[in-house]
Design a protein around this ligand. Structure first.
Ligand code: S3P
Length: 447
């Protein structure tokens, strides 16, 4: 194992445990995988559209592969089309085939919830399940509105947990007050609403990512947006070619690494900057990252704003965040907690109770693992406070089976004083299969 003073990553990077310590400098140029949320939607929406589509830059993460396999099990032809991440999807219109076996969404909440919205209108019976984490995550939030629309859905524990059994059929439009700002729930209802009888109205409590709205509209679907209210008119979709931008949630690991390491320069190419996803950039700018965080070559690709992001070492200070900011950076809270350890003063995160029902209870797992590293961090029901600057030390950390935890701990290892051993390192593949290779590249490029 290496020591904290040598630029280092050791252990089998395809295996379960990897040791990471702070290199003297950190630098390089890389492209992160295609945006996970857009990747799921590019497969699902093109599958239920008419015509063929070429999707490029698809994420190779396990979550997206789960969606692809479920769709293939329902007769959708999805074939590689040359370059890595390029696929041809042959749309089936709104009619899928009854799957002959149980659909497996793996670790992916997006696969299970969005596909349930599709299954709700299919005239067949299907069963969808997932791994232990997914089977413990709340499904009542989609079961309730989809039943109200006319689908029959059964699940464990009074229809609240997967496996879910869905007997789809004719649906009616509903008016629905979304109880939480969730893009997965909103999208499940929208997907069902496309083939319902009558309009569906969704009242959102706050804006969550709007990739479904954008893609449905690009495919000729009819959605009216009025502030936080959405009206979905039943629509037939036309397949569209999609180039998936880089995932800002994956880029966030290198943005924080580059800002907080004392001698860093990292360029992340082609990152999607949809405003419903850029909360992490806004928060880091509020923390004083301005001099070290530059958006380069801002452009629009496939209807989504995209830029390269250049980060260099910068001093940060603590901030208070909550309210509407949280859905804009929900998946980035664990890595923000790492950044907050290197900021002066306190960083306070409120209104983030949704973190408790992610792949793990991310308030608990983040606080547990950061505490092992010596962070001065406390949690409460819907948030946490990180007292900066905390000296981070070496320790053995667990991913708890959560990809974002594994990657956040690895970045803590790149920044802190001792060697961080990340157990469950391979979990990164759920969203970012190239994560460990990219980490090595950033360390090696400056050796
Ligand atoms: C996602 C929505 C978010 C996010 C998840 C992906 C999506 O969850 O945490 O990783 O693709 O719709 P919410 O449903 O809580 O918004």
């Amino acid at each position: 194992m290496s020591t904290a003073s040598t630029p280092s990553i050791s252990g089998d990077i395809s295996g379960q445990s990897v040791a990471v310590s702070r290199p003297t400098s950190l630098g390089g140029v890389l492209s992160v995988p295609g945006d996970k949320s857009i990747s799921h939607r590019s497969m699902i929406l093109n599958a239920i559209a008419q015509g063929d589509a070429l999707v490029q830059g698809l994420s190779g993460g396990e979550d997206v592969i789960s969606t692809m396999h479920c769709l293939q099990a329902m007769g959708v032809s999805i074939e590689p089309a040359g370059a890595a991440g390029s696929y041809t999807v042959k749309g089936r219109g709104s009619q899928l085939e009854e799957p002959s076996d149980i659909l497996d969404a793996g670790n992916s909440g997006t696969s299970m919830r969005l596909l349930s919205g599709v299954l709700a209108s299919q005239a067949f019976v299907s069963v969808i399940t997932g791994d232990g984490s997914l089977r413990s995550r709340p499904m009542q939030r989609i079961v309730h509105p989809l039943k109200q629309m006319g689908a029959q859905i059964l699940g464990r524990q009074n229809d609240t947990l997967a496996p879910l059994i869905v007997r789809g059929g004719s649906l009616q439009g509903i008016e629905y007050d979304l109880p939480m700002a969730s893009a997965q729930v909103k999208s499940a209802i929208m997907l069902a609403a496309l083939s319902a009888d009558g309009d569906t109205v969704i009242h959102q409590p706050a804006l969550s990512r709007d990739h479904t709205e954008r893609m449905v509209t690009a495919m000729g679907g009819s959605i009216e947006e009025n502030g936080l209210d959405l009206v979905i008119h039943p629509s037939k979709l036309k397949a569209v070619d999609i180039t998936v931008p880089g995932d800002i949630s994956s880029a966030a690991f290198w943005i924080v690494a580059g800002l907080c390491h004392p001698n860093a320069r990292i360029l992340v190419r082609g990152v999607g900057l949809n405003p419903s996803r850029t909360g992490i950039i806004d928060v880091l700018l509020e923390m004083g990252a301005g001099d070290g965080l530059k958006l380069v070559d801002e452009r629009t690709e496939g209807g989504e704003p995209v830029a390269d992001i250049l980060v260099t070492s910068t001093d940060l200070h603590g901030v208070e965040i909550g309210g509407d900011m949280i859905p804009r950076m929900l998946d980035e809270v664990p890595i923000l907690a790492v950044a907050a350890c290197f900021a002066t003063g306190d960083t306070v995160i409120r209104d983030a109770a949704e973190l408790r029902v992610k792949e793990t209870d991310r308030i608990d797992t983040t606080v547990t693992e950061m505490t092992r590293l010596g962070a001065n961090i406390e949690s409460w029901g819907d948030g946490m406070v990180i007292h900066g600057k905390s000296e981070l030390n070496g320790a053995e950390c667990q991913s708890h089976g959560d990809h974002r935890l594994a990657m956040s701990m690895a970045v803590a290892g790149l920044l802190g004083n001792g060697e961080v051993i990340v157990h469950g390192a391979a979990d990164a593949s759920v969203s970012y299969p190239e994560f460990w290779q990219h980490l090595e590249l950033l360390v090696e490029d400056v050796r």
